[in-house]
Design a protein around this ligand. Structure first.
Ligand code: ARG
Length: 663
């Protein structure tokens, strides 16, 4: 098997390398100004650059894999032992068919082999059609040649040719039966992954300001990405890049000195930091003398004067405690490392950039230009201070050089795209960031809108406080559960658990189930609807699935020991459909890891619950007589129910949604 893996990988390497070369040629033509017949605009150019970087990065991984196969580090091999691991069927079939194409037609340079779900068979491969065009051959003939070149494979039971050259793929029933049974026995195992050091920058609110819905989106999306990557086996560093440095601290400290002169000995009892911020801002705008003292305070702070540092710390602590409350409610783990952390690094960075002659004077400021940066970076302001640009440059360098990050992810609103493009382009020019060695993703998202489709605001037009939003969610969820008379069947402890799981689950799911790049409408009514693709519905569906065995008096141990006896039967058409649906999970996880769009996982979760309903409506799991007495238990089907629950729970876990056993 190792030989086959090595072969597959070498072929994939060759494929990726060719693709890179092709792109590189295009890029070269572009940079020479040979636009010729390459019809490319700026956006496409950037996309190409990006694509090129990703491919180069992938080649790195593939090469390392091939190397590791030379030794005995087979744990990194993508062809894992399917008797213990879940197979990523689609990806696996793509590899099998790519190998077949390359075996049948060794001269083909860039075979694009895509596998689709089929109505007539289980899957279908249409590669022959495109291939026939390139080869100027009859597609049916090409299809037949490819079909014959497919190696024996445990996943495939049968292949046949249909239409003008489609290859129908039928999955091996025994393989699927074993795979589903394994889900019950071993849980969901991650698809093959080369572990990397990943730094995820998310949430990142600003000190002394309210965390707003934009930060909520970043928190929810970022946390889910971390959970996904952690599950895949990556080494993930979760960072809260707090806005805790900058000129606003001057006015805050000056105001602190006036209102709580003894702050250095007694921490100020500031209950409402936003109000405190507003007061100091008002004074700063209206009172010249105060403004002057505010500026002096910044200078003292940046010079690390102990008293000023103390005041700054106290203000930061108050904010951090507020943020922490939100994180605890939403079960978010994150490490605080704000902009201030980079102060000394910014100083040395500026020296380096200066020495390399990369900075230019512009009306007292020091700026940096780079290809790809539409607006220049402001590295040093005219008063000598640093900016958001400077801290992100220094931070990027720190994450690459000190944290040894191989994959850096930033989760912010799409409004910051320009900023990210610019500092990345400058970092590349300054040569501490090499896109072929380090993958960087700016994971952007759209704006949160109110039900009136305008920017999400309270009735009085203020920004919505996150704490109020979470409180309202809990209250609405409570009403909903009471409406369904759940308070009459649950203990008060169970009721509170269900209320919170539904409230936070719904808020998270509403966000994650939408294409993140679009704006989305925040509506409690919609997210708490017990019908359709909502967390309320899905969490409830899961508790119902879990209750099937429970009400039949069958314990989990019994299901496990039944599963140990041998692979579950999949005789009924709906059982077969359900099993195949369950086994799509690894492919979904691989797909969402490629572009970090999470919503396909939500679509998948909804599909699982719908296919389960189809199965449950036609296939009896537990049969009862007229009196309600159980007359027959179909243990095989209880194994299937258990597999559904395990899969759904894994999806919820990756989405960061807590499940409950009763609601
Ligand atoms: N504090 C920023 C904001 O509220 C987000 C920071 C994102 N991270 C970064 N490295 N720039 O918009």
């Amino acid at each position: 098997m190792a030989d086959q893996t090595l072969l597959d990988y070498t072929q994939r390497c060759v494929k990726a390398e060719k693709e890179t070369e092709r792109l590189a040629t295009q890029l070269q033509a572009l940079s020479n100004g040979n636009l010729g017949d390459i019809d490319i605009d700026d956006k496409e150019y950037l996309d190409l650059l990006n694509e090129n970087a990703k491919l180069k990065y992938r080649i790195g991984i593939l090469k390392r894999n091939v190397e590791s196969l030379g030794g005995d580090a087979c744990s990194l091999a993508p062809n894992v032992d399917f008797s213990r691991h879940m197979c990523n069927i689609l990806g696996h079939l793509e590899e099998v068919f790519t190998s077949a194409v390359l075996k049948a037609y060794p001269d083909v340079t860039n075979p694009v082999v895509q596998i689709q779900v089929s109505k007539h068979a289980d899957y279908q491969c249409n590669a022959a059609l495109a291939l026939a065009k390139t080869l100027k051959k009859n597609p049916r003939e090409v299809g037949d040649t490819v079909l014959k070149a497919v190696a024996d494979d445990p996943v495939i039971s049968k292949l046949d040719l249909s239409g003008p050259g489609f290859i129908n793929i039928y999955l091996n029933q025994n393989f699927i039966r074993e795979q589903v049974t394994n889900v019950v026995l071993n849980g969901v195992t991650p698809p093959p992954t080369v572990p990397e050091r990943v730094v995820v920058d998310f949430s990142s609110p600003n000190i002394a300001k309210e965390m707003h819905v934009g930060h909520l989106r970043s928190t929810i999306i970022g946390d889910s990405i971390c959970r996904l990557l952690e599950f895949l086996g990556h080494d993930v560093l979760r960072i809260n890049h707090l806005g805790d440095w900058g000129t606003q601290f001057g006015m805050l400290i000056a105001h602190l000195k006036d209102t709580y002169p003894d702050f250095a000995n007694n921490p100020p009892p500031i209950a409402d930091l936003q109000a405190f911020y507003k007061e100091s801002k008002k004074r700063f705008d209206e009172d010249e003398a105060f403004k002057k003292r505010a500026y002096e305070a910044v200078v003292q702070l940046q010079a690390h004067d102990p008293v000023h540092i103390k005041g700054w710390e106290e203000i930061c602590d108050i904010s951090k405690q507020e943020f922490q409350k939100v994180y605890e409610r939403l079960q978010i783990r994150i490490v605080n490392r704000g902009e201030s952390f980079y102060q000394s690094r910014m100083e040395s960075l500026v020296k380096e950039l200066n020495a390399a002659g990369l900075l230019e004077e512009d009306e007292g400021r020091k700026v940096m230009f780079a290809e790809g940066a539409e607006i220049p970076l402001t590295v040093v302001k005219s008063d000598g201070g640093f900016t958001y640009d400077t801290s992100d440059m220094a931070c990027l360098k720190q994450r690459i050089e000190e944290e040894k990050g191989r994959w850096l992810i930033y989760v912010t609103d799409a409004g910051q795209s320009q900023h990210f493009k610019s500092f990345l382009a400058c970092a590349k020019k300054a040569k501490f960031y090499n896109p072929s060695k380090v993958r960087v993703d700016h994971v952007t998202f759209g704006v949160v809108l109110g039900e009136d489709k305008k920017k999400f605001k309270t009735r009085s037009g203020d920004t919505v406080r996150l704490v109020d939003l979470l409180n309202e969610g809990c209250q609405r969820s409570e009403e909903k559960l009471k409406e369904k008379e759940r308070d009459k069947v649950l203990t008060s402890e169970e009721f509170i658990k269900a209320r919170d799981a539904v409230a936070y689950g719904c808020i998270k799911y509403a966000d994650l189930s939408h294409d993140r790049s679009r704006d989305y409408i925040f509506s409690f009514d919609r997210m708490l609807d017990f019908r359709g693709n909502t967390a309320a519905y899905l969490l409830y569906a899961l508790t119902r699935i879990r209750s099937i065995a429970r009400t039949a008096g069958v314990k989990r141990e019994n299901i496990i020991s039944e599963a140990q006896k041998g692979p579950v039967l999949l005789d009924h058409e709906k059982e077969w459909k359900l099993a195949r649906t369950l086994l799509k999970l690894p492919d979904v996880l691989i797909k969402i890891t490629e572009d970090l769009y999470i919503h396909p996982l939500c679509e998948y979760l909804y599909e699982v619950s719908s296919v389960f309903t189809e199965f449950y409506d036609t296939c009896y799991c537990v049969e009862k007589d007229q009196t309600g007495k159980i007359v027959k238990i179909n243990h095989g089907r209880l194994i299937l129910c258990e597999a559904v629950a395990v899969i759904m729970e894994k999806c919820f876990a990756i989405l960061g949604i807590e499940t409950v056993s009763k609601m």
